[in-house]
Design a protein around this ligand. Structure first.
Ligand SMILES: CC(C)(COP(=O)(O)OP(=O)(O)OC[C@H]1O[C@@H](n2cnc3c(N)ncnc32)[C@H](O)[C@@H]1OP(=O)(O)O)[C@@H](O)C(=O)NCCC(=O)NCCS
Length: 296
């Protein structure tokens, strides 16, 4: 029922931190995809709100390709149990039903469409992030250089300048998707340095390192950027509190401890004064036993 024809094609395979897949939008008709079987109710609502047949088809093809990969990897048994949900900035996250725990877990994912193709990726690890992009070679990259290039950008064996520009742009777009800002982060602030063929170290606007990969499919650059393995292993530690906040917190804790100690001292005093057997703080029983004592 969920066979995709023509088959999904793995992209940038063999990476421990993400799985990526390429598919053709035309596969929707060839595979006779029924959106009601592939999408969760909230996704069906999102699709209905999209304007234009082309936009709707590429949007649907991306979800079907991603879920096809999840099915092939055995992550889900039914495509509608995985949901692509977006945050306020439009960055997608994958919400997957885990039958073992009966809970929904969040994983990183990323989507790109260009021409006849969609490229999608997800992170097998729960804390990972990934960004992908598919970019067709275009001469406009020569004129847009100031909008994306950084002096520190390096490619080992650059193709012609259009190809080099397309690659650098695409790698930076992937990084901007990983970060979750999109182009708003300012591509010239991002740095791309190819360290071995097809593999780059990438630096985000804060200077944090990430791993980039690319390959060519005809005239298209396929790129992906993932967190370094150690960052993907655990969630980032919460930001350190400011000095004033730390002092206020220390004072608040001290006050709470003092109040608790006072309460405990008072309770201990009352217990010492109470008749044997009456639990501390149980005024009702104490009153009653006092009454018994006065009667006898
Ligand atoms: C994210 C962005 C780089 C995508 O670039 P694009 O070339 O138009 O489109 P692509 O096909 O490569 O990617 C589209 C996918 O990016 C993803 N995306 C959108 N906003 C995103 C964000 N803030 N972070 C990560 N991914 C995002 C979506 O999943 C989208 O696919 P979907 O609509 O099927 O869900 C670009 O749209 C952007 O910068 N958006 C945020 C700011 C903005 O809207 N600016 C207006 C133009 S300056």
């Amino acid at each position: 029922m969920f066979e995709l024809q023509p088959h999904l094609r793995a992209a940038m395979s063999g990476d421990p931190d993400f799985r990526a897949v390429l598919w053709e939008v035309g596969g929707l008709e060839k595979s006779r995809v029924d959106p009601a079987l592939w999408l969760a109710p909230e996704e069906l609502v999102e699709m209905e709100a999209l304007r234009g047949e082309k936009r709707r088809r590429e949007w649907l093809a991306a979800r079907v390709a991603l879920k096809g990969l999840l099915l092939a990897d055995g992550v889900v048994a039914a495509p509608a149990t995985a949901i692509v949900r977006k945050d306020a900035a439009g960055a997608p996250r994958l919400v997957v039903y885990e039958p073992d725990t009966g809970r929904y877990e969040v994983r990183g994912c990323s989507i790109s469409h260009s021409g006849a193709y969609v490229l999608c990726a997800y992170t097998p690890g729960r804390h990972g992030r990934v960004g992908v992009d598919i970019e067709r070679r275009t001469w406009r990259m020569l004129y847009l250089r100031r909008k994306y290039a950084n002096k520190a950008d390096r490619l080992l064996d650059p193709p012609d300048s259009i190809g080099a520009g397309t690659l650098v742009w695409s790698l930076k777009e992937s990084l901007s998707k990983l970060v979750g800002t999109g182009m708003g982060c300012g591509f010239p602030k991002l740095v791309c340095n190819e360290t071995e063929p097809g593999r780059c170290e990438m630096f985000d606007p804060a200077g944090a390192p990430h791993r980039g990969r690319y390959e060519w499919l005809e005239r298209y650059a396929l790129t992906a950027v993932a967190d370094p393995p150690d960052a993907a292993a655990a969630p980032a530690p919460p930001p350190r509190r400011g000095l004033l906040e730390r002092l206020a917190r220390k004072r608040r804790l001290k006050r709470l401890r003092r109040e608790r100690a006072m309460r405990e001292r008072e309770a201990a005093k009352e217990t010492a004064g109470a008749p044997e057997g009456a639990p501390a703080g149980d005024w009702c029983n104490r009153e009653e036993s006092n009454l018994h004592a006065s009667r006898h």
